[in-house]
Design a protein. Structure first.
Lengths: 323, 404
């Protein structure tokens, strides 16, 4: 018995080592944007809050209106926030002490360089386009598990809760609509003040830094999206803190990378599960051999099998008798 | 192998008891609400939102209920790997509980996913996404469901083989052909039945690693998979105890002495878990947050208190001798262990912005309906097939006979 206890401890140690392996592994690898990656650059100080981008987005992507409460005639499209009818929205921030101080902010998918939604999706319904880095969604594959929603640090993917046959909705930089037809996302096409512009990420980042350098004191030092969760292809400049504008404060490290790291350490080449199976089988088979009870068990099994054979024979005879 | 056919017995009692009808009522209610959900959509029955896309259907029915269904896994580990054959009589009822627990998880997932008709995606290799923790969990749980059915199969086959009046001659014939063959390979299925839960129970913890910015740091750690698998083990043993005591009360059977002995293992398992938990909090510098006295800290302390109390009771021999104390300790561990999983999946989960979640009544009743269905299935199955451990001694048998 003592021997088996030691075996168990060994098994437990092996299992524990399996699970702990991720801890000992090296630090995170670096995430780098593709040189060809495209994105958007939104300058909060230029936005006048006209919402042309909101209505154009809905128009080209065929999204339903979100009426205001009490608007029974459905005259206005007045979305409160991003939801299954709204991929893109403009919001207003007002300073509590000084109401004359205000700023607009635009929300939509950030198109992460290492998107959590893509990493989370079990069936590859969320994908990142090679080259452009656009994160897009294929409803024909999606099973609707909403792990993408759980995983996204920006709460971007939205689910059609009232629908019988729902899907996920999120900005895909007009990949299938405006970008395909006119080479520019709808919001960037219609913006009258060029508050949001479209381009390659590296060019946009250079432009943001140029504006910061040319207008000292006008902007926050922080370029939102430059490093957040490994960097995003949509970047922001603002005259007030990003906390005021409703953005979450995020680490530079990508949680998606962390999750994949743990998962791949445990499941690399499927070696660990197979080894675990082999080890357990080895222990169990040896235990079975040595156990006293097993001898007894075999006896009983044998009895039953003899009984079965006997019964089968009887059946056979009966059948032959019939013929 | 599992052919100790003298170890088990059919629990001979009426199937259509008052408890049966109560459970049936909740089952039917649950299934009616499920039908409503499939017509009107998930939003019509639940309080789920874009901030809280997962509610109790995932936090309880999948993440917690599969831990409650780890009795079969935990027992197989003791019996076949630690070589404690004396616990063998307990395995079948544990496996049946596991089978229904995992079935509940499977059914809940089909209620919860929005685009269930695309679920075949899991069988299309070009869509496989090995980076996804969900992918591993889903495939592994599907496989384990099949394994559990095969593990329970011998009990069903034995019933047909031993049938006296020979009502189903064809079935008996096939049962007799399958039984010896199944018996030869069953040990390999049993080992698979230990490997698969080791995989998906740890992955259920990995699932929330990706939501780092939303999960409170008291619970978010890279070793969530390790915490979840140990947690599954002690919940598994606690379930075996709970199930054994519950059925001995409901079916008026004598207590199974093996269960009390089994409870000795638990303090070792919880001890390891608590040690890992505290070392992890210390290393990540979250100990002060854990005892800061805010809402999350209280939730953490409740989790700890429940598990510590259960562990403490089972550390003392005199308590372990009292069936009632063993049962109470098991309840503490079931609730405490489940509490930990709820903390990870729901309570410690806070998305950026103004979101809140409390399950709606239909959400509750769908979960209750599925649980009722699970218990109903267990109660019927043990009355039809040799699953319960055989009652030893004349006194016990007489008592059982008198009760019915």
């Amino acid at each position: 018995m003592k021997k088996t206890r030691r075996d168990f401890l060994k098994t437990a140690a092996a299992g524990g080592a399996l699970m702990l392996a991720p801890l000992s592994a090296s630090a995170q690898q670096e995430i780098k944007a593709d040189d060809e990656a495209v994105g958007m650059f939104y300058d909060s100080t230029l936005c006048v809050g006209c919402k042309a981008c909101v209505s154009k987005c809905k128009q080209v992507n065929d999204m339903a209106a979100a009426p205001m409460p009490g608007d029974n005639d459905r005259v206005w499209d007045a979305p409160n926030d991003l939801d299954y009818r709204t991929r893109n929205i403009i919001k207003l921030y007002k300073d509590e002490q000084d109401p004359t101080k205000h700023a607009y902010v635009k929300y939509q998918c950030m198109h992460c360089i290492k998107p959590s939604c893509v990493s989370a999706c079990p069936v590859s319904a969320m994908q990142k386009e090679a080259g452009t880095g656009i994160v897009f969604y294929d409803k024909n594959i999606c099973i609707g598990c909403r792990y993408c929603q759980v995983a996204c640090p920006f709460n971007i993917p939205k689910f059609e809760w009232p629908e019988t046959f729902p899907k996920i909705v999120k900005c895909d930089l007009c990949k299938f609509t405006n970008l395909k037809l006119k080479n520019i996302p709808a919001c960037c096409e219609v913006c009258p003040t060029n508050a949001v512009i479209f381009g390659k990420r590296k060019d946009l980042l250079a432009e943001a830094k140029r504006r910061q350098a040319e207008n000292p004191g006008k902007y926050e030092k922080h370029i939102y999206g430059e490093f957040e969760v490994g960097g995003t292809n949509v970047i922001y400049l603002a005259g007030t803190s990003f906390d005021n504008l409703g953005f979450p404060e995020l680490e530079k490290e990508s949680a998606a990378l962390m999750s994949e790291h743990v998962q791949h350490t445990v499941y690399k080449g499927f070696i660990a599960p197979v080894a675990l199976y082999g080890f357990l089988a080895f222990v169990a088979l040896r235990n079975r051999k040595s156990a006293e009870e097993v001898a007894h068990e075999h006896e009983l099994e044998h009895e039953l099998e003899v009984e079965i054979e006997h019964e089968l024979e009887k059946e056979k005879h009966e059948k032959e008798g019939k013929h | 192998m599992a052919g100790h056919h003298d170890e088990y017995q059919v629990h001979r009692a009426k199937i259509l008891t008052p408890a049966f009808y109560v459970l049936l009522f909740f089952t039917v209610l649950g299934f009616l609400l499920i039908a409503y959900r499939f017509v009107m959509g998930i939003g019509a029955v639940s309080n789920l939102s874009d901030g809280y896309p997962w509610g109790i259907w995932i936090a309880y029915d999948v993440a917690t209920s599969t831990a409650f269904a780890c009795g079969g896994y935990a027992m197989a580990l003791v019996i076949y790997i630690m070589n404690r054959m004396k616990y063998h009589p307990l395995i079948r009822s544990a496996l049946v509980t596991s089978m229904f627990g995992y079935m509940l998880a499977g059914m809940s997932v089909m209620v919860d996913v929005g685009r269930y008709w695309n679920a075949y995606s899991f069988f299309i290799p070009s869509r496989w996404q090995p980076n996804s923790v969900m992918f591993e969990v889903a495939v592994c749980i599907m496989a384990y469901n099949v394994v559990l059915i095969i593990e329970v199969l011998p009990a069903i086959l034995e019933r047909f083989i031993h049938m006296k009046d020979n009502r189903f001659p064809k079935l008996k014939h096939y049962a007799m052909i399958i039984y010896p063959k199944l018996d030869k390979v069953l040990i390999f299925i049993v080992i698979l039945g230990i490997t698969l839960p080791s995989m998906h129970q740890s992955s259920l913890g990995s699932m929330l690693i990706i939501a780092k910015s939303k999960l409170n740091p008291i619970w978010h750690t890279e070793i969530l998979p390790l915490l979840f698998i140990i947690n599954a083990l002690y919940i598994g043993y606690a379930t075996v105890i709970f199930e054994s005591f519950a059925s001995s009360m409901a079916f008026r059977r004598p207590f199974e002495k093996e269960v009390q002995q089994l409870s000795r293992i638990i303090p070792y398992v919880t001890g390891i878990w608590l040690t890992v938990r505290f070392i992890d909090l210390y290393v990540r510098g979250q100990l002060s947050a854990a005892f800061a006295g805010d809402f999350y800290s209280w939730m953490f302390m409740a989790e700890m208190l429940l598990i510590l109390t259960g562990t403490y009771i089972l550390m003392w021999n005199q308590y372990r001798r009292s069936p009632r104390m063993v049962f109470i300790a098991a309840m503490f561990l079931l609730i405490g262990g489940g509490w930990f999983r709820f903390n990870v999946y729901l309570i410690g989960f806070k998305p950026h912005g103004n979101w809140s979640y409390f399950p709606s009544l239909p959400e509750f009743f769908i979960t209750i309906g599925l649980v009722a269905f699970e218990i109903l299935g267990y109660m019927v199955l043990v009355k039809l097939f040799p699953i319960m451990p055989k009652v030893h001694g004349h006194e016990a048998t007489a008592e059982t006979a008198k009760a019915h």
